[in-house]
Ligand binder design. Structure first.
Ligand code: FES
Length: 687
């Protein structure tokens, strides 16, 4: 089924005009793409069917405004609920009554496979005019017939993901703020032996196929390959081996596996943190553990909603016996693989290496991300007792997961702890154990959309996860964005106000998690935000800040301009409070579980999308951590990804240690905890 209404919360069911096919024209940076899609259906779904998924952090509830696009043609009338999310300055004409998206798009929507008719702007738009259309929320607008959508038009905030030219898209900006890597302990690197060989083209003339010639050369050099290794070696050799020429190759032996690279290329591996909102991939040279390139970007699954609950709902809503290749589950699986593949390809290009040099990939993520990457229907994560499909996954070739450019590479996913506490928690725990000085009582926080918390208390390990929402990663924030180029990554108080640090040093484009945290700390310091999270009125603010405050009194769109074009609204502050309250409550309850207090802790390790920009003082100023921890906060920039790096570079001993830690950790289920709600409410305040 092409439609993924479960992700948008809209009811499904065919309405009038059932089965009609309409023309969807997509204009993007000078190019025009045309697809044929079924109507009526939600515009966001139609775009996704055409391969142009938009980020939909609120899961299509019409609240976040992130799916804004300009559109013209046969669209449903603008619904009342969309107006606030489109913004007060959108220039939207008078609002009419809701068109009832549910009515128009109710029931099972038709699901033809859309066809991209042609590209490069040879056609006229349906209305034959160059009018740029009007601003619409793609999640609340029904496409009723032919229409044109202008992506990345000036006012559009829609973030493109599935575009055929996605390697150039904004989802995979180079992360110039790669955290400094902590030094590896001596002797951790797994051994890698490399032998230089020459493949003779003449040898191919004496054999019946190229594979036989390759096998003989390798056998003569003492290499006996498994079928899978031989296939990978052949594929890699054929990339550069041409008739009439000899080819210099390197044969690498590592972890009992043989891998061939051409032209003396070094063996490489990737460590990938598959977050719900942000995905980070780092490429390493396996011989010495050198970092070659880092890429991070949005998880392309965001079209199905900003949190794991929305994605689990989408993945489990369809008929499990539907063998279709376009079920929400299969689409979520493909989007996870595409995100990883896109970022790894970008990183390989940055590093100047061929994807075929990547022989190993180690991933981590929460239990939902694990299930969706492996294509497991996450039905046991949708209800009590919240069980992952499997805690330890077998090592698979990349091709099995849809990582086609890395099809021969072996993929491992860090072992899961239980419930929603996944391999990212294991990665963080492993990183703290191996890379940080030993402690007896330590708290580990991974501040992502799924906030994971681990308490190491003497010999005990306890972990829980909280649905923090994507605020820490810039999701569901009006001007939110990942910590990539253009993001405000830090805000510092000055004598007159504050100054912002922008990633890449250019003009500010949005606000990422660390910028949001700092901004709230500074605004609290200037009393522009009250302890209960209320943004003060202009009358209550110091005179120098009054011009920066705008919006209706008491409304959610009230806000303050942090930097040119970057505004923090009352709604953003509430989003942060929800995330902060959930994480703090989780930590409080774990401490309660062992009868400990914050003062008993020797260290609080904080990791997550904040990366190396995290300021410990902002954690305390916003009440995410209490004042008694101020001197004992250790930011761990790479976070869970550091655990992936360790397993990638250290090989099987580190994998075994990760399995041991995951098995030794007790999962505390906060969902069923009788005091979670009251604790959560108690810690919503920014103090
Ligand atoms: S407003 Fe459309 S996805 Fe949030």
């Amino acid at each position: 089924m092409c439609s993924d209404d479960a992700s948008t919360g809209a009811k499904t069911g065919r309405g009038e005009g059932e089965g009609r096919i309409a023309r969807l024209e997509i204009r993007l940076t000078g190019e025009t793409f045309v697809a044929e899609v079924a109507v009526p259906q939600l515009l966001g779904n139609a775009l996704a069917c055409a391969g142009f998924s938009l980020e939909m952090p609120c899961g299509g509830q019409g609240r976040c405004g992130k799916c804004r696009v300009r559109a013209a043609g046969a669209l449903s009338p603008l619904e009342t609920a969309s107006a606030a999310s489109l913004g007060e300055d959108s220039g939207i004409p008078a609002i009419v009554a809701s068109p009832s998206v549910e009515e128009a798009n109710s029931g099972e929507t038709p699901s033809p496979v859309p066809r991209i008719a042609h590209t490069l702007g040879e056609t006229e738009p349906p209305d034959s005019s160059d009018a740029p259309g009007e601003l619409r929320l793609a999640c609340r607008t029904v496409m009723e017939g032919d229409c044109t959508v202008f992506l990345h038009a000036e006012e559009s905030t829609g973030h493109l993901s599935g575009h055929p030219a996605r390697l150039c898209s904004a989802i995979a900006e180079r992360n110039k703020n790669s955290p400094d890597l902590l030094p590896l302990p001596e002797g951790l690197l797994a051994e890698c032996a490399t032998t230089a060989l020459s493949l003779s083209w003449k040898a191919t003339e004496q054999e019946e196929d190229v594979r036989a010639a390759l096998s003989r050369t390798l056998a003569n050099a003492g290499f006996s390959l498994s079928d899978a290794e031989r296939r990978s070696a052949l594929r890699n050799a054929l990339r550069a081996w041409a008739p009439g020429k000899d080819l210099a190759v390197s044969v690498h032996r590592r972890r009992g596996r043989t891998w061939l690279t051409s032209g003396g290329e070094e063996l490489c591996g990737a460590a990938c943190d598959l977050g719900t909102t942000t995905v980070a991939c780092r490429l390493f040279r396996l011989r010495d553990g050198a970092l070659l390139a880092t890429r991070s970007g949005r998880n392309l699954q965001s079209h199905f909603g900003g949190d794991v609950i929305a994605r689990i709902a989408a993945a489990t809503a369809h008929d499990p016996d539907d063998p279709g290749k376009d079920t929400p589950l299969s689409r979520l699986q493909r989007l996870a693989a595409e995100t990883l593949e896109t970022l790894m390809l970008q990183a390989a290009r940055d590093a100047g290496i061929s994807p075929s040099a990547v022989s190993e990939i180690v991933c981590c993520g929460n239990s939902a991300m694990h299930a969706l990457l492996y294509g497991y229907r996450p039905v046991f994560l949708s209800r009590l007792p919240f069980l992952p499909a499997e805690k330890i996954s077998s090592e698979l070739p990349g091709a099995d997961l849809g990582l086609h450019a890395f099809g021969g590479a072996s993929v491992r996913f860090l072992p899961l702890v239980g419930g929603f506490v996944g391999g990212d928690t294991t990665g963080l725990l492993l990183a703290a154990q191996i890379l940080l000085p030993p402690k007896r009582r330590r708290l580990l926080l991974d501040l992502g959309t799924n906030g994971e918390i681990v308490l190491q208390w003497e010999e005990r390990l306890l972990a829980c996860s909280t649905a923090a929402g994507p605020a820490f990663e810039g999701g569901n924030i009006s001007c939110g964005m990942p910590a990539t180029e253009g993001a405000v990554i830090g805000v510092e108080r000055t004598d007159e106000g504050w100054c912002c640090t922008v990633a890449g040093g250019g003009a500010p484009a949005g606000l990422c998690g660390s910028g949001l945290l700092d901004a709230l700390a500074v605004l609290r310091g200037w009393n522009l935000v009250a302890p209960d999270g209320r943004l003060v009125s202009p009358g209550e603010a110091s005179p120098q800040f009054r011009p920066l405050l705008s919006g209706d009194t008491g409304g959610n769109n009230r806000g303050i301009e942090l930097a040119k074009g970057v505004r923090l609204t009352q709604k953003d502050i509430r989003e942060f409070q929800l995330a902060k309250g959930a994480v703090r409550a989780g930590a409080e309850l774990l401490l309660e579980e062992v009868g400990g207090t914050w003062s008993d802790l020797e260290e609080c390790v904080v990791a997550g999308a904040f990366g190396s920009s995290l300021k410990p003082e902002s954690l305390v100023a916003t009440g995410l951590l209490p004042p008694e921890t101020a001197e004992r906060i250790t930011p761990l920039g790479g976070g869970a990804g550091e655990g992936c790096r360790l397993v990638l570079l250290g090989g099987d001993p580190l994998w075994n240690e990760a399995c041991r830690l995951a098995a030794a950790t007790d999962h505390v289920d906060l969902g069923g905890h009788p005091r979670f709600q009251e604790t959560f409410v108690r810690f919503l305040a920014l103090a």
